[in-house]
Write a protein that binds this ligand. Structure first.
Ligand SMILES: Cc1ncc(COP(=O)(O)O)c(C=O)c1O
Length: 392
């Protein structure tokens, strides 16, 4: 008999491609070499923004005896969130409806825990962020996959409608979307809202807005929360600050949410029972300063432009992202795992689409630095040439 619970077994099976990829020691050794160009994950490839250290140092000095006592929702941090959301999303959130979390991970897990029962169905859009499915399985609920169609990645509203059943309890929507970089339009969100409204059973929309401040070409972000009353807004500072190891984020329920008094309590208890999914005290104090800090989005955009135009010229098909820090590229051969090995031979490391339910494609992270981008381009060219002339 297996030592794992069945929920964990399901999670391991689902994450197998990711676990075997990151657990491959030979491969890891090659990625760590200084000449390697590592485009796999949204990890920092440059020194952290100095303002992060300044904020943490400033707030590390205790001002009272409870400075490092248990902190749930620090009022000063909540105020920062409310002001920021008013400015960015255009909704006046009640401070009582903000729950401080350990980034989007903690926010998503707590929200799902609060509203989903075993046997419920949760719709997610594919390709997804890696951990939606494990989080749904963790609750004994059923993940229901609805596919985007590349390269457009439009919100698949008809398909969502077909997949709604009497068991559907929630849908997770991620805009700007990792990995395609799509920012969904007001028209798409309006149509989605109409479909969800038509369900007999209450469906909650969980809006993963991890990348809502990483937008290109002066694009505006439209929060799905503005279009559907029963929404939870999920935010994390990990992306804007490119510091995912410093956990800070929140859940926000709009004033339009029915039963929000009960839901506040449900979220609070879920956060506790999940193992204290509240951010460290220090991160909450520093939020006032961290709110003003951001990765250089213009630099990301320049990097996007450089990669997309260079790869297009070489003959790759790319998706030009409207936000996030990812670029999707179609593999020139059907087996993208094999193609990413050719890239690996050139010291260029990208994420094969099979790891996020989209075989035939691969993802490049723009958190790479500029010199890495320049160094990688000849490798990208040699890799596509090698499959063109059948040298493989
Ligand atoms: C779409 C999406 N949601 C949530 C997360 C988790 O964010 P955090 O680690 O800041 O909690 C990520 C991180 O990669 C993400 O890409």
């Amino acid at each position: 008999m297996s030592a794992f619970s069945s929920a964990v077994r399901g999670m391991i099976e689902y994450l197998e491609p990711v676990l075997s990829y990151v657990g491959d020691a030979t491969y890891q050794g090659r990625v760590m070499r200084p000449e390697a160009c590592d485009f796999r994950f949204g990890n920092p490839q440059e020194m952290p923004l100095p303002e992060i250290q300044q904020a943490l140092t400033k707030w590390a000095e205790p001002k009272d005896k409870d400075w490092f006592a248990y902190k749930f929702n620090d009022p000063a941090a909540i105020k920062v969130a409310v002001d920021s959301l008013r400015r960015r999303v255009g909704i006046d959130f009640d401070p009582l409806d903000i729950s401080m979390t350990t980034g989007a991970f903690g926010a998503l897990a707590s929200t799902l825990r609060a509203v989903v029962d075993p046997g419920d169905e949760v719709i997610y859009l594919s390709p997804p962020w890696f951990f939606y499915v494990p989080m749904i399985l963790q609750l004994g609920a059923k993940p229901v996959r609805v596919d985007f169609t590349p390269p457009q990645f439009e919100l698949p509203i008809d398909a969502i409608e077909w997949h709604i059943t009497p068991q559907t309890r929630a849908i997770i929507v991620n805009s700007p979307h990792n990995p395609s970089g799509r920012v969904f339009t007001p028209d798409e969100l309006e149509r989605l809202s109409n479909v969800l409204e038509a369900s007999h059973r209450t469906i909650y929309l969980i809006s993963d807005e991890a990348y809502s401040r990483i937008l290109f070409d002066g694009r505006e972000f439209h929060s799905p929360v503005r279009y559907y009353d029963r929404s939870f807004l999920i935010y994390t500072y990990g992306k804007t600050l490119v510091s995912p190891g410093q956990r800070l984020g929140y859940i926000a329920m709009p004033p339009s949410m029915p039963d929000r008094e009960e839901l506040r309590e449900a979220l609070f208890v879920s956060q506790l029972a999940l193992g204290y999914a509240f951010p460290n005290a220090l991160m909450q104090y520093a939020m006032e300063d961290l709110e003003k800090v951001s990765v250089d989005v213009d630099a990301l955009q320049r990097r996007r432009d450089r990669i997309v135009s260079a790869l297009t010229e070489m003959g790759y098909e790319t998706v030009n992202p409207e936000g996030t820090f990812y670029v999707m590229v179609r593999s020139p051969i059907a087996d993208e795992r094999e193609f990413t090995r050719h890239l690996g031979d050139q010291d260029v490391f990208v994420l094969p689409g099979g790891m996020f339910e989209l075989p035939g494609w691969f993802r490049i992270s723009l958190t790479a630095n500029d010199s890495m981008v320049e160094r990688s381009l000849p490798g990208f060219e040699r890799a596509i040439d090698s499959v063109r002339v059948g040298k493989t």
